[in-house]
Design a protein around this ligand. Structure first.
Ligand SMILES: Nc1ncccc1[N+](=O)[O-]
Length: 241
């Protein structure tokens, strides 16, 4: 998979070259291009934004600069998927992370939170799929942090990136529930023992216990996820909880 990130703060996304993502880069599982949007601004001040038509606070990013950057970075064939992080976007979910993990080429356009001139998205949508996506209902200064979040969620799903392939099959949300509590050695810590069932070796009982904890946690923290579960995915034991 190829990933390109366009931003006025290239150093902000340098963590993408660290840790597991860095290893995925070294092993050629992903290719990463980080592009400074200002390289496509040709006026003496290399300005990338201007005041909004209709007035209002903040600045809006200029269409010409983005247009030139996207023409240079998004090839005609195969067209990439353009992802624009914005608080006004569709909520980013694990399902979207899985869908993006199947793409060959993703381009992330990091804008100021006041936004990018709408015509940039409209023009790009004429020749490639464009998703305006939000990572949450709060306002960041720009899209860079959202790109770090989305790239990590997507790249960890690529075959070979996580050591133990199974680890993302048990992710929270993979079965529609939040993951329950986890424990490791020592057996007792600060007078708190590890739940006996987890040391019993009885895998049926362990799976049952884990599902019960996941259901309880989901019920208390994210009841709407329970409500969204297909009826058949809850057995009669689940319903008794
Ligand atoms: N929440 C956000 N705030 C600013 C830019 C992007 C954002 N987002 O969620 O992708």
């Amino acid at each position: 998979m190829r990933l390109d990130v366009i931003t006025i703060f290239p150093e902000y996304v340098s963590p993408l070259r660290e840790a597991l993502l860095g290893k995925a880069l070294d092993r050629g599982l992903i290719q990463l291009g980080v592009h400074d949007l200002r390289d496509y601004a040709h006026d003496v001040h290399r300005s990338v934004d201007d005041s909004p038509y209709g007035g209002g606070p903040g600045m809006v990013m200029k269409p010409q600069v983005w247009g030139e950057a996207l023409d240079a970075i998004c090839p005609a064939e195969p067209t990439p998927r353009l992802i624009v992080p914005t608080p006004a976007g569709r909520p980013f979910t694990q399902a979207m992370a899985h869908a993006y993990a199947r793409e060959q080429h993703l381009v992330f356009a990091c804008g100021r939170y006041e936004g990018i001139d709408q015509r940039v998205v409209d023009a790009a949508a004429r020749r490639m799929p464009v998703d305006e996506v939000s990572i949450g209902d709060y306002v960041l200064i720009g899209g860079e942090a959202a790109v770090l979040v989305m790239v990590e969620a997507v790249v960890r799903l690529l075959p070979g990136v996580l050591g133990n392939q199974a680890s993302h099959e048990q992710d929270s949300f993979s079965d529609g529930l939040l993951e329950g509590p986890s424990y490791t050695r020592p057996e007792v810590w600060q007078d708190m023992p590890v739940p006996d069932v987890l040391r019993s070796g009885n895998h049926a009982a362990i799976n049952r216990w884990r599902r019960d904890r996941a259901l309880e946690r989901t019920y208390h923290r994210r009841p709407e996820l329970l409500a969204a579960l297909p009826a058949e995915s809850l057995d009669k034991h689940d319903r008794k909880l």
